[in-house]
Design a protein around this ligand. Sequence first.
Ligand SMILES: [Zn+2]
Length: 114
Amino acid sequence: MAEPVRCSRCGEGFREARDLALHRGRVHGNDLDEGEQASFEVALEEEAAWLDGFRRHVRAGLATLPVFLVYAIVAVSGYIYRASEMFIVLPLPGILGFAALTYYMAYRHQGALA
Ligand SMILES: [Zn+2]
């Protein structure tokens, strides 16, 4: 485990230099030198990019839920009506493919959904 980096102003420890740069900008933003300000801006951009990727994965995961819901309805009704197992097994590759396509399209979607 790497040695934590400490804030020179308040002594708070952080695991990564990027976390320290974010802390300095957010807590001690009034008295940053040029290098600290630059590293804060870089860290902010990296954090925004990470959050954007995380939101896109969450949105893509949520977008696949209706696909699995429809398949669950098909599978449960097949069980209730004692249909052949093939009624449940045969659609599975198509369902998985459709879910993967839905995930991919929702992940790549650029605009806001709301
Ligand atoms: Zn501090």
